[in-house]
Ligand binder design. Structure first.
Ligand code: SD4
Length: 345
């Protein structure tokens, strides 16, 4: 449980410049560089998403195709937290954000996209077919339609409909708290859902290293449930929710997007890796920066980073316990619990 005295003491250690290694114990099991291919993705939904990604990587396919096809599976699932089945904004509309980046710094993104099932594939088309990096709202939808993506119904999924009706009873107009409510209660192997059946997260991020040694990443989300209309988090923002630098490594973020954007999260993690930190150390250091900025408000938010080096070394770190990521290579296929700043008491 959050303890203000120990928090202030730990914050003091940070200010005094305590070493990252001593604070970041590492993921539960050591992740030594493994031979490519490798795919990793956020949360428990990543286990399923890694399946189509792995099928591509195993055959020698490209990381870019793997990260697109992998998260499409999650976007497809009407019962999940990501895609059109997810919770709507305060006005009752599901709005989706996504981005994708390859090993040559090509990138594409869409945000505030409505009634299109696969924002990740629209993001890829933005990357491949336009001179731009990001399209939003009506323009993104127009582009998707012109590319042949069907316009889906605006009807909410039964789970989202029920959650929205529940939310409307109080309609609290306060900023959403992402990934926080449940992270003391669930182990890494339980689905990350709240007691009332709602998902505790709204995003999947995926990173892949292919047999050619190239990295790519993808991130797709419905953002925060019951957010203000027009709100966009970190997930579609290259450098915040996702960053890939083939000379170094790649990182994807999940959690409270506003606080990821504040520190240019994913690109800061990769920048630290370029400066010599391991993925684990880099993720931990940026989490600590967020904690230092938020001070005792850090207890109320969850942010997690997941990173991989171009040699196949993996690291992850979160503010609170409860974040897990799915890992797959030729030897291992499992859900891994990430280390966190706060511990379960
Ligand atoms: C956002 N980062 O929109 C996303 C939310 C998230 O699991 O990661 N949810 O801020």
């Amino acid at each position: 449980m959050f303890n203000r005295r120990s928090f202030v003491k730990r914050l003091g250690m940070l200010t005094a410049g305590a070493s990252v290694q001593s604070l970041a114990a590492g993921v539960e099991k050591p992740f030594l560089p493994t031979k490519a291919p490798i795919v990793i993705s956020t949360w428990d939904a990543g286990l399923e998403a890694n399946v189509p990604a792995w099928a591509i990587l195993e055959k020698g396919g490209h990381a870019l195709d793997a990260v697109e096809q992998g998260v499409r599976l999650t976007e497809d699932s009407i019962n999940c937290c990501v895609g059109l089945g997810a919770n709507p904004d305060r006005d009752g509309h599901v709005t989706l954000d996504a981005c994708i980046m390859d090993h040559e710094h090509n990138c594409g993104a869409v945000a505030f996209l409505e009634r299109i099932k696969h924002p990740i594939s629209v993001a890829r088309r933005v990357m491949e077919k336009t001179p731009h990096v990001m399209l939003v709202g009506e323009g993104a939808q127009q582009f998707a339609l012109s590319e042949g993506f069907p316009l889906e119904s605006s009807k909410l999924s039964p789970a989202a409909e029920a959650a929205y009706a529940n939310w409307l009873q109080q309609s609290q107009y306060k900023s959403p708290t992402i990934n926080r409510e449940n992270n003391q209660g669930h182990g890494p192997f339980a689905p990350n859902r709240l007691a009332n059946g709602e998902w505790n997260h709204d995003t999947i991020g995926m990173l892949a290293l292919d047999k050619q040694g190239n990295l790519s990443g993808s991130c797709t989300t419905s953002g925060a449930g019951f957010k203000m209309r027009g709100r966009i988090g970190d997930s579609p923002i290259i450098g915040a929710g996702l960053f890939v630098d083939n000379e170094v490594g790649a990182c994807v973020a999940t959690g409270q997007g506003e606080d990821v954007i504040r520190v240019a999260g994913a690109s800061t993690v990769v920048g630290l890796m370029r400066a010599g930190k391991t993925p684990q150390q880099a993720c931990a250091e940026v989490i600590q920066r967020i904690i230092k900025i938020k001070k005792d408000r850090a207890k109320d938010i969850q942010v997690a980073f997941l990173a991989i080096s171009n040699r196949g070394e993996v690291g992850s770190f979160a503010i609170h316990p409860g974040f897990s990521f799915a890992y797959r290579d030729s030897n291992r296929n499992e859900l891994i619990k990430a280390s966190s700043w706060f511990k379960v008491s």
